[in-house]
Design a protein around this ligand. Structure first.
Ligand code: ZN
Length: 181
């Protein structure tokens, strides 16, 4: 017969399903293993990973039953230190991105404002020139289309949505900065 200490919870529970051929000592030993497992139920414990306070039996890495969080399935033994280590790669990525965005803002805000102002003046003047040429009888189909599209806000031009989503002129630079960290 297995000694009490060597029984897993799973084995002990299996033995107790049919006690007809077990000695009283063996039944007692198996019952102790099961009782100890239930005594270890982390009733009022808060999961360090997800804050849940609900625990369930699950199969642990050893193959035996453990108490695990119902929310994130981590073991009740899971520690803050383990959580910290688990999150380290994500934290490092987030930190890199924060630094990259700050550098980008410092370097690119002023040039972007200047570029927008200059482009706006250039655009207004170019459209005015095309409109004037058309009125003098010298337009063509491209000029007519550009003049017509000048009545649509630039934010609704087909090329605007993808540029707005990616950060436009900043997208490539952000990828570079994140890569450099
Ligand atoms: Zn959890």
């Amino acid at each position: 017969m297995l000694a009490e200490a060597a029984l897993t919870v799973r084995e002990a529970r299996g033995l107790l399903q049919d006690t007809s051929r077990l000695s009283p000592e063996a039944i007692d030993a198996a019952q102790k293993v099961v009782d100890r497992f239930y005594a270890e139920h982390p009733r009022h414990k808060v999961c360090v990973a997800c804050g849940s306070m609900r625990w369930e039996e699950r199969t642990g890495q050893s193959g035996d039953l453990i108490w695990a969080c119902m929310g994130c399935h981590r073991s009740a033994d899971f520690t803050r230190e383990q959580l910290f280590a688990e999150q380290a790669p994500t934290r490092a990525t987030d930190a890199k991105r924060t630094v990259a965005i700050r550098q980008l803002a410092e370097a690119e805000l002023e040039p972007s404002v200047t570029a927008a102002l200059e482009a706006r003046i250039a655009y207004v003047n170019a459209i005015a020139a095309l409109g004037w040429l058309i009125r003098q009888g010298h337009g063509d189909a491209r000029a007519a289309r550009l003049l017509q599209e000048a009545d649509t806000p630039p934010s609704r031009w087909p090329e605007a949505a993808p540029a707005a989503a990616s950060g436009g002129r900043l997208a490539a630079r952000l990828a570079e900065l994140e890569g450099e960290q």
